[in-house]
Design a protein around this ligand. Structure first.
Ligand code: PNS
Length: 179
Protein backbone atom coordinates (compact mmCIF):
# COMPACT_ATOMS: atom_id res chain seq x y z
CA UNK A 1 0.00 0.00 0.00
CA UNK A 2 1.32 3.46 -0.87
CA UNK A 3 1.39 6.24 1.67
CA UNK A 4 0.98 9.85 0.69
CA UNK A 5 4.70 10.45 1.12
CA UNK A 6 5.61 7.70 -1.36
CA UNK A 7 3.82 9.44 -4.14
CA UNK A 8 6.07 11.57 -6.28
CA UNK A 9 4.93 13.87 -9.00
CA UNK A 10 6.80 14.49 -12.22
CA UNK A 11 7.29 18.21 -12.05
CA UNK A 12 7.59 20.13 -15.29
CA UNK A 13 10.99 21.62 -16.03
CA UNK A 14 11.56 24.80 -14.06
CA UNK A 15 9.30 23.85 -11.16
CA UNK A 16 12.27 23.27 -8.90
CA UNK A 17 13.51 26.80 -9.53
CA UNK A 18 14.61 28.76 -6.50
CA UNK A 19 11.80 31.03 -5.45
CA UNK A 20 13.66 34.24 -4.72
CA UNK A 21 11.84 37.38 -3.67
CA UNK A 22 12.92 40.86 -2.63
CA UNK A 23 11.87 43.05 0.30
CA UNK A 24 12.94 46.54 -0.82
CA UNK A 25 13.00 49.69 1.28
CA UNK A 26 14.93 52.57 2.78
CA UNK A 27 15.18 50.91 6.21
CA UNK A 28 16.24 54.16 7.90
CA UNK A 29 16.25 52.39 10.33
CA UNK A 30 14.88 48.83 10.20
CA UNK A 31 11.87 48.43 12.52
CA UNK A 32 10.20 45.40 14.07
CA UNK A 33 7.48 45.83 11.44
CA UNK A 34 10.05 45.34 8.66
CA UNK A 35 11.51 42.36 10.48
CA UNK A 36 8.10 40.77 10.81
CA UNK A 37 7.54 40.93 7.04
CA UNK A 38 11.09 39.72 6.26
CA UNK A 39 10.70 36.76 8.63
CA UNK A 40 7.32 35.78 7.24
CA UNK A 41 8.64 36.02 3.67
CA UNK A 42 11.62 33.85 4.68
CA UNK A 43 9.24 31.13 5.82
CA UNK A 44 7.36 31.21 2.50
CA UNK A 45 10.15 31.51 -0.06
CA UNK A 46 13.48 29.82 -0.70
CA UNK A 47 15.48 33.02 -0.64
CA UNK A 48 14.72 36.56 0.46
CA UNK A 49 16.89 39.48 -0.59
CA UNK A 50 16.46 42.58 1.54
CA UNK A 51 17.35 45.41 -0.84
CA UNK A 52 18.36 48.71 0.73
CA UNK A 53 17.83 51.80 -1.40
CA UNK A 54 21.05 53.83 -1.45
CA UNK A 55 19.86 57.13 -2.85
CA UNK A 56 16.89 57.97 -0.69
CA UNK A 57 15.63 61.42 -1.60
CA UNK A 58 14.72 62.25 1.99
CA UNK A 59 17.53 63.10 4.39
CA UNK A 60 18.65 59.82 5.90
CA UNK A 61 19.65 59.47 9.55
CA UNK A 62 21.85 56.46 8.81
CA UNK A 63 24.23 55.91 5.90
CA UNK A 64 23.61 53.03 3.51
CA UNK A 65 26.47 51.09 5.11
CA UNK A 66 24.94 51.55 8.54
CA UNK A 67 21.47 50.53 7.38
CA UNK A 68 22.87 47.43 5.65
CA UNK A 69 24.98 46.52 8.69
CA UNK A 70 22.00 46.79 11.06
CA UNK A 71 19.86 44.66 8.74
CA UNK A 72 22.58 42.02 8.47
CA UNK A 73 22.85 41.84 12.24
CA UNK A 74 19.12 41.55 12.88
CA UNK A 75 18.55 38.95 10.14
CA UNK A 76 21.53 36.79 11.05
CA UNK A 77 19.19 34.06 12.33
CA UNK A 78 17.64 33.55 8.91
CA UNK A 79 19.73 31.29 6.71
CA UNK A 80 17.82 32.22 3.55
CA UNK A 81 17.92 36.00 3.96
CA UNK A 82 20.66 38.17 2.57
CA UNK A 83 21.01 41.91 2.50
CA UNK A 84 22.10 43.92 -0.53
CA UNK A 85 22.07 47.55 -1.55
CA UNK A 86 20.57 48.93 -4.72
CA UNK A 87 20.08 52.18 -6.56
CA UNK A 88 17.95 52.96 -9.57
CA UNK A 89 14.86 50.96 -10.39
CA UNK A 90 13.85 48.01 -8.25
CA UNK A 91 12.77 46.13 -11.38
CA UNK A 92 16.32 46.35 -12.75
CA UNK A 93 17.62 44.93 -9.47
CA UNK A 94 15.06 42.11 -9.76
CA UNK A 95 16.04 41.29 -13.34
CA UNK A 96 19.75 41.32 -12.51
CA UNK A 97 19.22 38.94 -9.58
CA UNK A 98 16.63 36.56 -11.02
CA UNK A 99 13.95 37.78 -8.63
CA UNK A 100 10.37 37.30 -9.76
CA UNK A 101 8.44 39.09 -7.05
CA UNK A 102 8.57 41.99 -4.64
CA UNK A 103 7.16 41.44 -1.15
CA UNK A 104 5.68 44.43 0.64
CA UNK A 105 3.87 44.92 3.93
CA UNK A 106 0.55 46.76 3.92
CA UNK A 107 -0.20 48.56 7.17
CA UNK A 108 -3.47 50.25 6.38
CA UNK A 109 -5.75 51.32 3.55
CA UNK A 110 -3.71 54.53 3.39
CA UNK A 111 -0.72 52.48 2.18
CA UNK A 112 -2.73 50.79 -0.48
CA UNK A 113 -3.15 53.45 -3.16
CA UNK A 114 0.55 54.24 -3.46
CA UNK A 115 1.60 50.61 -3.22
CA UNK A 116 -0.94 49.59 -5.84
CA UNK A 117 0.37 52.26 -8.21
CA UNK A 118 3.97 51.10 -7.73
CA UNK A 119 3.06 47.44 -8.14
CA UNK A 120 1.18 48.11 -11.36
CA UNK A 121 4.02 50.24 -12.70
CA UNK A 122 6.62 47.58 -11.82
CA UNK A 123 4.52 44.94 -13.52
CA UNK A 124 4.19 47.11 -16.61
CA UNK A 125 7.93 47.85 -16.66
CA UNK A 126 9.19 44.30 -16.27
CA UNK A 127 6.41 41.83 -15.46
CA UNK A 128 7.60 41.75 -11.83
CA UNK A 129 4.80 40.78 -9.45
CA UNK A 130 4.24 42.44 -6.08
CA UNK A 131 2.89 40.34 -3.22
CA UNK A 132 1.34 42.13 -0.27
CA UNK A 133 1.32 40.88 3.29
CA UNK A 134 -0.87 42.54 5.87
CA UNK A 135 1.22 43.88 8.68
CA UNK A 136 1.06 42.29 12.09
CA UNK A 137 -1.50 44.50 13.93
CA UNK A 138 1.12 45.09 16.62
CA UNK A 139 3.04 47.16 14.08
CA UNK A 140 0.21 48.66 12.05
CA UNK A 141 1.08 52.23 13.11
CA UNK A 142 4.84 51.80 12.89
CA UNK A 143 7.05 53.58 10.39
CA UNK A 144 10.74 54.51 10.44
CA UNK A 145 10.05 58.25 10.16
CA UNK A 146 7.88 58.21 13.31
CA UNK A 147 10.50 56.18 15.18
CA UNK A 148 13.15 58.79 14.31
CA UNK A 149 10.92 61.70 15.30
CA UNK A 150 9.97 60.18 18.64
CA UNK A 151 13.57 59.16 19.40
CA UNK A 152 14.81 62.63 18.44
CA UNK A 153 12.62 64.21 21.13
CA UNK A 154 13.58 61.62 23.74
CA UNK A 155 10.43 59.48 23.45
CA UNK A 156 10.50 55.76 24.12
CA UNK A 157 10.74 53.59 20.99
CA UNK A 158 11.60 50.40 22.89
CA UNK A 159 9.77 47.40 21.45
CA UNK A 160 9.36 49.11 18.09
CA UNK A 161 12.88 48.50 16.80
CA UNK A 162 15.43 45.77 17.51
CA UNK A 163 17.64 46.39 20.56
CA UNK A 164 20.73 47.14 18.49
CA UNK A 165 18.84 49.79 16.52
CA UNK A 166 17.73 51.34 19.79
CA UNK A 167 21.37 51.68 20.81
CA UNK A 168 22.34 53.15 17.42
CA UNK A 169 19.48 55.64 17.62
CA UNK A 170 20.62 56.79 21.06
CA UNK A 171 24.20 57.15 19.81
CA UNK A 172 23.19 59.06 16.71
CA UNK A 173 20.77 61.36 18.48
CA UNK A 174 23.05 61.91 21.46
CA UNK A 175 20.72 60.64 24.13
CA UNK A 176 21.77 59.07 27.40
CA UNK A 177 21.64 55.26 27.52
CA UNK A 178 18.62 53.72 29.23
CA UNK A 179 19.13 52.62 32.84
O1 PNS B 1 10.99 52.15 2.68
P1 PNS B 1 10.44 52.95 1.56
O2 PNS B 1 11.14 54.28 1.45
O3 PNS B 1 8.96 53.09 1.62
O4 PNS B 1 10.77 52.11 0.23
C1 PNS B 1 10.38 52.57 -1.04
C2 PNS B 1 11.06 51.76 -2.16
C3 PNS B 1 12.57 51.76 -1.97
C4 PNS B 1 10.56 50.33 -2.10
C5 PNS B 1 10.65 52.39 -3.49
O5 PNS B 1 10.82 53.78 -3.42
C6 PNS B 1 11.45 51.87 -4.67
O6 PNS B 1 11.25 50.75 -5.09
N1 PNS B 1 12.42 52.70 -5.15
C7 PNS B 1 13.31 52.34 -6.21
C8 PNS B 1 13.07 53.23 -7.44
C9 PNS B 1 11.97 52.65 -8.32
O7 PNS B 1 12.03 51.53 -8.75
N2 PNS B 1 10.96 53.50 -8.56
C10 PNS B 1 9.82 53.15 -9.39
C11 PNS B 1 8.72 52.46 -8.60
S1 PNS B 1 7.33 52.15 -9.56
Amino acid sequence: MRCWHDITVDLPEGWNRVRRVVCPGSFDPVTNGHLDIIGRAARLYDEVVVAVLTNISKQALFTTDERVEMLREVTVGYENVRVARFHGLIVDFCRANDISAIVKGLRAVSDFEYEQMMSQMNYRLAGIETLFMTTNPLYAYLRSSLVKEIARYGGDVGGLVPELVLVRLRDRLGQPPAI
